[in-house]
Design a protein around this ligand. Sequence first.
Ligand SMILES: Cc1cc2nc3c(=O)[nH]c(=O)nc-3n(C[C@H](O)[C@H](O)[C@H](O)COP(=O)(O)OP(=O)(O)OC[C@H]3O[C@@H](n4cnc5c(N)ncnc54)[C@H](O)[C@@H]3O)c2cc1C
Ligand code: FES
Ligand code: FES
Length: 487
Amino acid sequence: MTDFLLNRQPVTLATTDPDLTVLDFLREQAHLTGTKEGCASGDCGACTIVVGEPTEQGMRYRSLNSCITFVHSLHGKQLLTVEHLEQEGALHPVQQALVDHHGSQCGFCTPGFVMSLFALYHSDVQPSRDAVLTALSGNLCRCTGYRPIIDAGMALLEARHGDAFSAQMTDIEAELRSLGTPVLPEETKPDQSVGFWQPKNREELARAKARSPRARYTAGSTDLALEKTQRLANLNALIDLSQVAELNHLSVDAEGLHIGAAVSYTELEPVLLADYPEAREWLERLGSRPIRNRGTLGGNLGNASPIGDTPPLLIALNATVTLSNGQSERTLPVSELITGYRQTVLADDEWIDTIHIPRRTPGSLFRAYKISKRFEDDISTVCAVFYLETDKNDIVTCLRTGFGGLAATPLQLTDWQEPLIGEHWPALAVNDLSRTLAEALAPIDDVRASARYRVQVTANLFKRFHLETTQPDARTRVHGHGGSAHA
Ligand SMILES: Cc1cc2nc3c(=O)[nH]c(=O)nc-3n(C[C@H](O)[C@H](O)[C@H](O)COP(=O)(O)OP(=O)(O)OC[C@H]3O[C@@H](n4cnc5c(N)ncnc54)[C@H](O)[C@@H]3O)c2cc1C
Ligand code: FES
Ligand code: FES
């Protein structure tokens, strides 16, 4: 059984329809049709909802795409839609701000914008245009134009003073905490083929997988749910990793960052950017805010897509990944995890458990570039990541690369990069090197971009990295040898 609150109303659902999306539940079962379906693939934001969950710091409200969120993942949470915002006949401040600023015309996109702004209203971000743009990064509008909507968001942030939801939070938190624990596959039935299970720890996870060996793992479902909505697949048996305590663990020590595979990008953001601030734009362009609220590193590595953005970064940063089956574990470089188009070395009973990113060497230089058609919420045509260490004479002591969108698997150009060790970085013959880099590539040629374009762009990105790291201020940073040098 799955138990959650639909605003204040308790809902109990049998898990007989494991891949039912929140959107289908809302429109077809709860008959709440304010939440719209545009693309059914996480791209347009018409279906945005807000989910509240109790955390150690109290209730936390996040925007999600209901079209690609499985309803059973809501166990123990509060689901809010546009219908719930109006209180005692009065518009919520978010809705009022959109009215005041003329932020709606045909109105199809409006419920989604309202819910994204509602999540922003209940966040602790400082008012800024960037904060509004990030909150709205997953919402498309085809007729209003964005300026009035952004104006509404700005006005709202500057005048936040709590709402009816703020007043109810303590009660809601207590109610959510009292909901029962979700079911696991039954001890008595060996091979269970239909169900949605939410193990709470590694041991329960291993047992669930043993009892339902054909079950698919899901964490944020921002990739897997598209198999249902776009390819009409039936996902009859799902093991949700999002509540496994160990996979949600995020820690930093002298060795580096240790990131549980089910930690969302939004949770990862402050920790990753503390060590690698140059990754900010790359991270802000990975999906949109609602996608990052759900998507995980485990899911990005697990789908082994050639256009995934995290493998190039993890490979260039020399990250390792621990795989586990609950009994034993093994740790390998991320570069060895993905073996072919959507293929990994994972055994049937294994899952991706933790990703380890080493602490960076003081003074190192690093860039993560993403080329795509839309600024946010778009997959990469090319993703290129470069990591460089030099000695005090600017001699290269370490150069690592990671590329996505150029082959069936993420690439590291070891044969090209290794001869550069020992070279004087500022004096490199960059034009010659970008030509040899281009010659080393045989990229895919598809509807997103031609092979020729991908080669040219990648070679140009190397030139850009060289230019950016040989500017006077960057060279100061090479010699800086201090944490602040990474700013
Ligand atoms: C609108 C939109 C925009 C997107 N933009 C980007 C983008 O810019 N860059 C990008 O790289 N991706 C993007 N994606 C793809 C997706 O969001 C990411 O790949 C995300 O990291 C997937 O994580 P998840 O937790 O949602 O995975 P899920 O969908 O839950 O799972 C994905 C796959 O990995 C498997 N899996 C999940 N966790 C584990 C684990 N711990 N161990 C083993 N297998 C596991 C699942 O079985 C499944 O096969 C986008 C998707 C959408 C819908
Ligand atoms: S319907 Fe477009 S994001 Fe969900
Ligand atoms: S108001 Fe028509 S799509 Fe936004």
